[in-house]
Design a protein around this ligand. Structure first.
Ligand SMILES: Nc1ncnc2c1ncn2[C@@H]1O[C@H](COP(=O)(O)OP(=O)(O)O)[C@@H](O)[C@H]1O
Ligand SMILES: [Mg+2]
Length: 71
């Protein structure tokens, strides 16, 4: 479990953190993995992604952002 950076600021996300920690472990073991993070605006998706970026120390991280062009 990561205990530095954003982890200190993330409240009430133990289950999600375990999922992300496991994902990083799997990838460190040489396997690829995909996880979709879904939820309403403001629910904390970006905060969780910041957590996994911290947890992925040593990896190259690519981030992209999608914009809804027509509502
Ligand atoms: N688990 C959490 N603990 C504390 N603050 C959080 C948590 N999740 C989100 N936040 C804060 O709530 C706000 C919205 O979160 P954010 O990750 O941007 O949501 P989303 O990406 O789903 O729209 C941000 O200021 C973020 O830092
Ligand atoms: Mg976001």
């Amino acid at each position: 479990m990561v205990t530095t950076g954003i982890a200190h600021r993330l409240l009430d996300r133990d289950a999600e953190r375990r999922v992300f920690d496991r994902l990083v472990e799997v990838v460190r073991g040489g396997r690829s993995s995909v996880l979709v993070v879904r939820g309403e605006p403001g629910i904390g998706k970006t905060a969780l992604l910041d957590y996994v970026v911290d947890a992925a120390a040593g990896f190259r991280v690519a981030r992209a952002e999608g914009v809804e062009s027509e509502g």
